[in-house]
Design a binder for this molecule. Structure first.
Ligand SMILES: Cc1cc2nc3c(=O)[nH]c(=O)nc-3n(C[C@H](O)[C@H](O)[C@H](O)COP(=O)(O)OP(=O)(O)OC[C@H]3O[C@@H](n4cnc5c(N)ncnc54)[C@H](O)[C@@H]3O)c2cc1C
Length: 382
């Protein structure tokens, strides 16, 4: 018989688990504490980039996620755009890593192509000639509008599945398993019974099962981001990733030529602040630019603070200006985002009793891999 599930947390990981379970015929109630999800899932770039993932299962979750985003987009306007991803090399040694990674992806039939400097500048005229050496392009990758994607996702689930309930503005404060049944209680004392509970709590480690995280390697990362005013005259399609990203993402690290990268070519202040520069143009023409990384263990995450650090933004802006030319650099929005990740493991997954599953800490890859990961995760749980 199909099982009933309560999922705590309406970010991408919770929503992806809901979709996978609904497809298997389960009845799903998803409970989100905010009126609209307002955490990492809406504060990100919206880059769906399997090309940046570690080789093996997480790359495959990313590849599967591309299919699943398309599967939904075919039925409902999610706002996914298929403009590809480009990794722009700014030095010869970065380009060598691009070439090696291209050979690898072609050997596993993941479409990609190398682009010469002239081809890159012809396709992306805003890029500065002084920055570009060449690039690696992935034509099949997607970008999303992070602020609307998750709302569209829940609307799709509500429209398609009668057995889906989406409750917002309710914090789950207790989850219990007794006599083969789980009970979930909210802060305002509503109670829900079900067969299994999945807790996708993002970076909230204080509300549910706080002691279950004690022996974990969970950390929280704080990221600085900003966005320009709308620049409809600029054409910057898809996910734009740059030399510092080539030096940062796992897929590149797996290449033997990665070890030949000359670290002295990177401004040490960028490295200290975990900065690499990515661009994503929104539908309204504004351009999201980021990001930086500061870390704290999950139990000290409060110490990351609430300030937007202008020094970090200045460093990022200066590096961005080295890469692209814009008609004006008016910054319309600044924000910070936080995500949980594990130091050693790709995700945090723990069972409490037999029927309660905590799944969080997917790190900086949640928009890329959650859909694919959740299919496998749900098969394991159901
Ligand atoms: C600045 C930034 C840029 C990023 N860029 C990208 C990118 O381009 N591509 C990519 O793949 N990934 C990116 N990421 C990572 C990605 O955003 C995250 O991996 C993903 O959003 C995590 O999803 P989640 O559902 O685990 O967590 P969250 O989005 O944090 O969702 C958790 C939800 O659970 C709710 N919740 C928690 N506790 C309770 C409770 N007790 N009761 C009810 N509700 C509860 C919270 O309110 C929240 O809505 C980025 C992240 C950031 C911060």
């Amino acid at each position: 018989m199909a099982k009933s599930l309560v999922i705590v947390g309406g970010g991408i990981l919770g929503a992806a688990h809901a979709y996978a379970a609904l497809k298997k015929g389960s009845t799903v109630t998803l409970i989100e504490k905010d009126l609209q999800p307002a955490e990492a899932t809406v504060r990100n770039f919206g880059q769906v980039v399997p090309s940046g993932m570690e080789r093996g299962e997480w790359f495959e979750y990313g590849r599967k996620s591309l299919q699943l985003y398309q599967e939904i987009q075919d039925q409902y306007e999610l706002g996914i755009r298929n403009n590809g991803s480009i990794y722009i090399a700014s030095t010869e040694d970065e380009m060598n890593v691009n070439i090696e990674l291209c050979n690898y992806y072609q050997s596993i039939q993941y479409p990609c192509q190398l682009m010469s400097k002239a081809e890159v500048l012809a396709k992306y005229p805003s890029l500065k000639s002084s920055y570009v050496v060449g690039a690696l392009f992935f034509p099949q990758e997607y970008s999303a509008e992070p602020e609307t994607l998750i709302h569209n996702f829940h609307q799709f689930l509500l429209q398609k599945y009668e057995n889906y309930t989406f409750i917002v503005g309710k914090t789950v404060v207790e989850v219990e398993e007794k006599n083969e049944l789980c009970t979930v209680r909210t802060a305002t004392n509503e109670k829900y019974s079900c067969d299994e509970v999945i807790v996708c709590n993002g970076r909230d480690f204080k509300t549910l099962f706080p002691s279950e995280f004690n022996d974990s390697d969970l950390i929280v990362s704080k990221l600085h981001m900003f966005a320009t005013s709308p620049l409809p005259q600029v054409h910057l399609p898809g996910n734009i990733l740059t030399g510092l990203t080539i030096r940062r993402y796992e897929s590149f690290e797996c290449c033997s030529s990665y070890k030949q990268l000359d670290p002295t070519l990177v401004n040490p202040r960028l490295k200290e602040n975990g900065i690499h520069i990515l661009f994503k143009q929104r539908v309204d023409g504004s351009i999201i630019i980021g990001d930086s990384h500061e870390y704290a263990t999950f139990d000290k995450a409060d110490q990351l603070g609430f300030y937007v650090n202008n020094k970090i933004n200045e460093l990022m802006l200066n590096e961005a200006k080295r890469i692209i030319e814009l008609p004006n650099w008016e910054i319309a929005q600044y924000w910070v985002g936080y995500y949980a990740q594990c130091k050693e493991n790709p995700i945090f997954r723990k069972k409490v009793g037999d029927k309660i599953h905590i799944i969080t800490g997917i790190g900086g890859k949640g928009m890329t891999t959650s859909l694919g990961y959740a299919q496998e995760s749900i098969s394991e749980i159901l």
